[in-house]
Design a protein. Structure first.
Length: 618
């Protein structure tokens, strides 16, 4: 391997020599202007496809109202009541704002839950109990004096409706997005090869090529299984490419390791996405996952290593990682809930207790930035689960008191707040890092000095907490703004999909995941620019760190789960193909019934023969 690297390095060294040197200088100068153009084209195409293409909602059943109108059920969890916010609005004065919740499972079975307090709902004249009541096709639902007829779609009807929906990619071809990302990657690679040390050229070239190959293998696999929506992944690969350039500038010897970590993150993304396909399975593992997260934090508190004032690292068999990055995934997984849990058990005491343990453990470790990220995510989840602003205000008040306590106990946190807004007063002391980041960002201008041609990477934490300044210096302010815009587009996309989600679990988890990324983004960018206190959190996908990169790719699965466009997300089962699974389940059920009948027949024959033998003996 070493000889291969040496020969490859020799090839690049010869390319820089002689008559080719002036030409290469012009080319690398040209790439500085091509990079932002490629980045802007990537963002524009992704944003247009995600936010502007026609959206066609799914249909899973119908309700015939007393006024003769037919209302489609477009979610697996639908509310019925007189409130305008209900999915199905009933014009009945004696009905409650939200009277019923209709829940559909993966096999097409519907269950009705009566959550009213002053009136009772009935199905075919029978009162709905606390455990809910099964809904069959044609059942009559009574809410006060209103009579509503329920109709469930058959497999054939669901397949016909699903086939009529338009798949993404009609206006913006998914493969074209990845081609632009590929161009962006090779422009970055060329700049890095031009400016880097000769002994690292082979690793840098192979790492960028491997990144490109991994991206296209993922694309081919997903296209093979019939998926057509790749905007979320295109943005993630775009940001990861910038992160790869950061690694090449600061620690070029770890390039191959960075590629391996990226591959692990993509595998986590696919595994978690596949796991989220089955909501029943998801719900059964929420409590065990929460206990595992608490146990991991407890181990970190006891055996963790301190770095930069925070005890947030674990060292196992020579590998170091941050447990809090993986707890982020479990925190969102445990915090999201399906609508039957929201209405049948509205209290948030268990989730609040879980949140208090997580934030408390992070406070003990001294990881103030991550604790702030968790708390902001808690506010999003608690508001979406309860809809009660009083709960949020109470949580903010409690957090404020806890914050003052943390400032008095942890001196390094208080020092960061004391430096906030006054970094230029002590440029060689408390403001050393931020003043260098500001100077480097301003020296890069709009188009940057060139990937690998900056000096900020020599400063401590430049490739993690100050990475916005490093990207601005080397790649230019335009690329840095594009990186910020990529996260904002993901947030807008998730909010855009919120009203179309199949389940409240997917909506809450997706919004919580993108909120966590947005908070990290704000703290990283504004902290490095001294607009906010310097908290030391990472820029999603861009900052170095294997734990952070894997965590971001895993969180991307929650965002991907909000996409219900036809064949867009591998996490969502395609309704046009779901009848195959239903037929399989029905066939298995019929075979089990047949086996039971065969066993009963054999038992009956055995007892009959035994009776005959006894009669003969007598």
């Amino acid at each position: 391997m070493e000889s291969f690297f040496q020969s490859l390095n020799g090839f690049f060294a010869q390319s820089d020599a002689g008559a080719f040197s002036p030409f290469l200088t012009y080319v690398v100068y040209f790439t500085r202007f091509m990079l932002p153009i490629a980045a802007i084209l990537i963002l524009m195409r992704c944003a247009y496809s995600m936010l502007r293409e026609r959206y066609e909602p799914e249909v899973w059943g119908y309700l015939d109202l007393p006024d003769g109108s037919r209302v489609p059920l477009r979610h697996w969890e639908c509310t019925v009541g007189k409130a305008r916010s209900s999915d199905v609005v009933v014009n009945e004065l004696t009905a409650e704002g939200t009277q019923l919740v209709l829940i559909r499972d993966e096999y097409g079975n519907w269950t009705a839950y009566d959550i009213g307090h002053n009136s009772e709902a009935r199905i075919n004249g029978k009162i709905i109990t606390e455990e809910g009541a099964r809904l069959e096709d044609g059942d009559l639902i009574s809410i006060a004096k209103s009579k509503i007829r329920f109709f469930n779609l058959t497999e054939e009807e669901r397949g016909i409706i699903a086939e009529r929906r338009t798949a993404p990619g009609k206006m913006i071809a998914p493969g074209t997005m990845f081609r632009f990302v590929t161009v962006f990657q090779f422009l970055l690679m060329y700049q890095q090869l031009y400016y880097c040390d000769e002994k690292y050229r082979a690793q840098i070239a192979l790492s960028f090529i491997a990144l490109c190959i991994i991206m296209w293998i993922y694309f081919i696999i997903m296209r093979t299984i019939g998926r057509k929506g790749f905007e979320v992944e295109a943005l993630a690969f775009f940001l990861s490419s910038i992160g790869m350039s950061v690694c090449a500038s600061s620690t070029p010897g770890n390039m191959l390791k960075q590629v391996l970590l990226l591959l692990v993150g993509i595998v986590f993304f696919i595994i978690l996405g596949s796991w989220l396909r089955d909501l029943k399975r998801v719900k059964t593992m929420i409590l065990p996952a929460a206990f595992a997260a608490v146990g991991l934090l407890a181990i970190n508190v006891v055996f963790g290593s301190t770095m930069f004032g925070a005890k947030n690292w674990l060292n196992i068999a020579g590998f170091s990682f941050q447990p809090s990055e993986f707890v982020k995934i479990v925190y969102i997984y445990a915090g999201a809930a399906t609508m039957d849990r929201l209405y049948r058990g509205r209290n948030l005491l268990v989730f609040i207790a879980f949140s208090a343990v997580c934030v408390g453990a992070l406070a003990i470790m001294g990881d103030f930035g991550t604790a702030l990220v968790f708390f902001a995510t808690f506010l999003v989840i608690s508001f979406m689960r309860s809809g009660n602003i009083a709960t949020v205000l109470l949580a903010v008040t409690g957090a404020g008191l806890a914050g003052f306590l943390a400032l008095s106990i942890k001196p390094h946190i208080a020092q960061r707040f004391a430096t906030w807004g006054r970094v230029w007063e002590d440029v060689n002391g408390a403001g050393f890092q931020q003043t260098r980041a500001l100077s480097a960002a301003s020296s890069g201008g709009l188009f940057g000095l060139g990937a690998g041609h900056g000096w900020l990477h020599n400063i401590v934490a430049a490739d993690t907490d100050l990475v916005f300044g490093m990207v601005s210096e080397e790649l230019g302010l335009l690329i840095a703004i594009c990186a910020v815009a990529a996260i904002i587009i993901l947030a807008a996309y998730t909010v855009h999909n919120a009203s179309q989600g199949r389940s409240a679990f997917y909506v809450i988890a997706g919004c919580a995941a993108v909120s966590m990324m947005m908070v990290q983004l704000g703290l990283n960018v504004f902290g490095s620019l001294d607009i906010l206190p310097f908290t030391g959190v990472t820029f999603p996908f861009v900052s170095l760190g294997g734990s952070s990169l894997i965590s971001c790719w895993a969180l991307l699965a929650f965002i991907k789960a909000t996409d219900t466009r036809k064949s867009a997300s591998f996490i969502m089962k395609d309704p046009s193909k779901m009848h195959d699974w239903n037929e399989f389940a029905e066939r298995e059920l019929e075979e089990s019934y047949e086996e039971d009948e065969e066993i009963e027949d054999k038992e009956r024959d055995f007892f009959d023969r035994s009776s005959e033998k006894k009669g003969r003996r007598k």
